[in-house]
Design a protein around this ligand. Structure first.
Ligand SMILES: [Zn+2]
Ligand SMILES: [Zn+2]
Length: 345
């Protein structure tokens, strides 16, 4: 089958490899219909390299059930599905308490096991979710990042009528704008340095958009008659992780979703905001809860089905898998601008 395998930093190869086979009675083999490039994939491609040389890359996808193990009764061949790519041990103390995102040995397919940048992928039945009829494959390829964002929001104390600021309007931020609304925000403020991303943010329901490169955030916020209850960091960048601490009202919350790939420095003033404003700073990892994989996934599918989670405006490119190597190169070396990229194997 066709696949994209990561050999080294900036060494991604389009290759023919063997199809996965059923080895456990709970295995499900899925024919991949759509699979997305995640920010963590680009960081691994550009900076970190593979966990295992030549591993099939990718972890966000949707597809059709191709084959099932003997103990799989809840799905049949031909079912439309998406997959939770996180594999947990179900045995450690955190797993026993249902805190699967804190599993001691959590990993995601595409790292230690083959991922979904391929024609077929294998997952245990516990990780496979059936799609509502009206959710298309491209939309469903973004169930995983949406579940990751939802996981963070479930940790907040958000109440209806809240004002939420989102810093960083990449795919995660654009999902966060929509989740903020679903969690009851009456006002959503989007902050980014790219007017194109801010246009999409507005399209997806942001009430106020601030370009932090051309406008001073504090001055602009002074013109908005709402105090920020929750500030979400969704870029994982040096330029946002410090400033996000300055956004919430006293006693407000900061939700950290973005993953930095460099050291982060905070100014004294930024750090002091946590103390003086008695902020609740919330770290969030992956998107898992009990019962596995959690309400993050079922809610995502529900809101995709109702149309309250819109994916189409976030996607800029739907490409054949063959174009993987040049697409990653263009993306990380900024040869052109992309929003979310989806491959169709
Ligand atoms: Zn991802
Ligand atoms: Zn565990």
């Amino acid at each position: 089958m066709k696949s994209l395998n990561l050999y080294d930093i900036e060494d991604l190869r389009f290759e023919e490899i063997d199809k996965p086979v059923i080895t456990s009675p709970t295995d499900v083999i899925i024919k991949v219909k759509a699979t997305g490039i995640c920010g963590s994939d680009t960081s691994r491609y550009k900076k970190l390299g593979p966990y295992q040389k030549g591993m099939t890359f990718g972890h966000e996808f949707s597809g059709i059930v191709e084959n099932v193990g003997s103990q799989v009764t809840s799905l049949t061949v031909g079912d439309r599905v998406t997959g939770c790519p996180a594999i947990v041990c179900h045995q450690c103390a955190q797993c026993e308490q249902g805190n699967y995102s804190r599993c001691e040995s959590l990993y995601v397919i595409g790292s230690l096991e083959p991922g979904c940048f391929a024609e077929f992928v294998k997952l245990p039945i516990s990780n496979v979710l059936k799609l509502p009829d009206n959710v298309d494959f491209t939309t469903a390829a973004m169930v995983e990042p949406s579940a990751v964002v939802a996981h963070g929001f479930y940790k907040t104390n958000m109440k209806p009528g809240a004002t939420v600021a989102i810093m960083g309007c990449g795919s995660i931020g654009l999902l966060a704008i929509q989740w903020a609304r679903i969690f009851g925000a009456s006002h959503v403020i989007a902050i980014d340095i790219d007017n194109h991303k801010l246009d999409i943010a507005q399209n997806l329901g942001a009430d106020f958009c601030i370009n932090s490169q051309t406008d001073d955030i504090a001055t602009t916020l002074d013109t908005i008659p709402h105090h920020i209850d929750v500030a979400v960091e969704s870029a994982g960048a040096l330029a946002t992780i410090g400033p996000v601490l300055t956004l919430p009202k006293k006693g407000g919350e900061v939700l950290l979703l973005g993953i930095p790939y460099a050291d982060i420095q905070l100014s004294r003033k930024q750090f002091e905001k946590i103390l003086r404003n008695e902020l609740n700073v919330i770290g969030s990892w992956n998107g898992l809860s009990a019962p596995f994989p959690g309400k993050e996934w079922s809610s995502t599918l529900h809101y995709m089905s109702t149309g309250e989670l819109k994916i189409e405006p976030i996607i800029s490119d739907v490409l054949p898998l063959e174009q993987g190597p040049e697409t990653f190169d263009a993306l990380v070396n900024k040869k052109r601008a992309f929003d979310k990229v989806i491959f169709t194997p």
